[in-house]
Design a protein around this ligand. Structure first.
Ligand SMILES: [Zn+2]
Length: 478
């Protein structure tokens, strides 16, 4: 059953009546032939299982793909094989070197006022304990509270930074704020002299799945102490015990460590433009994942959506005017390393990157199209928005498009962006947990994503429109 395959395409028609009635002096109307091709792509995408087959293959045959690991290398080989099997004109891998962090065995147990194992996971970049640590807990209600800690005050203690579960929302708002305890909590714990740090996971679920994720380095240095995120229900339990005035002790152990430099890489699949091969419309997702689940939602889905959309375009009788490039970025989770390597490697060609966007917010349906392009091109994006509106997608303001995390280095270099915002209501239930697995992806929702990408990307590659502001760019970042 295809939820979105509805006859409203017919209502919209070619040369859209909507566009005509709403016409103003600045309105732009899509060429009838091009609009027809884009609509054909949408209908085909809604009837295609290609994206689901791709993410099924990646998560089943490769599995979890930690940045820099042997599994991530197998994922690159998988990407090359896929690109060659599909209709891409050029398939390549661009390698780069990165420092490799790996979790080892870990356990965390509440030992007083009673014994209870907790569900935790080491955070990316954290250190090991030379021995098992047994220590009293110092409770901090929030990241703000631990900022006030005095140097040395936490000696021989385990700091616990509480906080709150994230509130579910369509936009996933509140993540960067909640993330602070994961990102920089360790810097205050270490300054206080703590033997270890435990934080409440950054997530919106109430299952006993801990959420991992990368910390922020402090001028290139990482914590020497173990840093462990525990599940929301476990953090709730510690909060209640603290509320009862109970003193708590934890027993914990972690073998996480940095393992030196290794290779990672970006896989690049090109559909070469028939008239302007040097002008690039860049789309993609990230190939690496955290190691706890199989990275279906983050970001096997993004790789699958963008590859499938490009493949449908490649099956058209002729190539679009411009080149469409799918980048499967390596090492996103550990600090956008693949994205930075790409921007550096392609520095001299970034002026030819016409527009860029990434799918990296799960697999749920797209509800909004936003953009950050030259003002003069906004009516063109509006027209594309009207074309994809029957998929249930609204046109949002033009000021909020960041393109996605791996697009940040391109935005900094002045590349225009668009973004198809996905429904984030459940995203932070699964994000970076062992529960990020294929069964969470709804095939019809994935197909809706492919339909929107196929139409949008085809038109951006085919239309003779300049998206880059000739005068001035305002760089944005997340
Ligand atoms: Zn991601």
């Amino acid at each position: 059953m295809k939820l979105f395959l509805v006859p409203i395409f017919a209502l919209l028609g070619v040369g859209s009546a909507y566009a005509q009635t709403a016409a103003t002096a600045s309105d732009y109307e899509l060429d009838a032939k091009q609009a027809e091709v884009a609509q054909g792509l949408m209908e085909e995408a809604l009837n295609s299982d290609l994206a689901y087959e791709i993410v099924e293959s990646l998560t089943t045959e490769v599995g979890a793909r930690l940045a820099g690991s042997e599994a991530e290398k197998r994922a690159r080989e998988w990407g090359v094989k896929l690109g060659k099997k599909l209709s891409f004109d050029k398939v390549s891998v661009e390698e780069f070197t990165m420092p490799y962090w790996e979790r080892g065995a870990m356990q965390v147990t509440l030992t007083s006022p009673y014994n209870q194992p907790l569900y935790g996971t080491a955070l990316g970049g954290s250190g090991a304990s030379s021995d098992t640590i047994d220590a009293d807990v110092v409770y901090f209600r929030s990241i703000e509270k631990i900022k006030a800690v005095k140097d040395g005050e936490l000696k021989n203690k385990i700091a616990f930074i509480d906080g709150d579960a994230m509130v579910k929302s369509q936009t996933g708002g509140g993540y960067s704020q909640a993330n602070q305890r994961r990102r920089v909590g360790w810097q205050h714990a270490e300054r206080g002299g703590a033997a270890a740090l435990v934080v409440r996971s950054v997530g919106s679920d109430f299952h006993r799945f801990p959420h991992t994720g990368m910390m922020s380095s402090k001028e290139g240095t990482w914590p020497a102490i173990p840093v462990i995120a525990i599940s929301n229900p476990d953090a709730d339990q510690l909060r209640r015990l603290h509320g009862l005035g109970k003193s708590m002790t934890l027993n914990l152990h972690s073998e996480a460590a940095w393992k030196g430099d290794v290779s990672s890489g970006n896989v690049i699949l090109d559909i070469i433009g028939r008239e302007k091969p040097d002008e690039i419309v860049l789309i993609g997702g990230h190939l690496d994942s955290w190691d706890l689940g199989t990275g279906a939602v983050d970001d096997g889905a993004g790789v699958a959506i963008t590859t499938a959309a490009a493949e449908l375009i490649a099956r058209l009788p002729k190539r679009p005017r411009r080149t469409i490039r799918v980048v499967m970025f390596g090492a996103e989770e550990v600090g956008l390393l693949g994205a930075r390597a790409y921007a550096k490697q392609h520095e001299s060609e970034l002026a030819n990157h016409v527009v860029a966007t990434e799918s990296d917010f799960g697999a749920s349906t797209i509800w909004q199209l936003v953009s950050n392009v030259d003002k003069a091109a906004n009516p063109v994006i509006d027209a594309i928005g009207r074309l994809i509106a029957p998929l249930g997608i609204a046109r949002g303001g033009s000021e909020v498009a960041n393109g996605g995390p791996d697009i940040i280095p391109l935005v900094e270099a002045g590349v225009p962006t668009v973004r198809l915002n996905q429904n984030g209501m459940d995203y932070f239930d699964l994000h970076h947990t062992p529960d990020d697995t294929l069964d969470k992806i709804v095939p019809d929702e994935l197909a809706q994503n492919v339909a929107a990408y196929a139409a949008l990307v085809y038109l951006m590659a085919e239309l003779d429109v300049e998206f880059r502001t000739v005068s001035e760019q305002e760089p944005q970042s997340e």
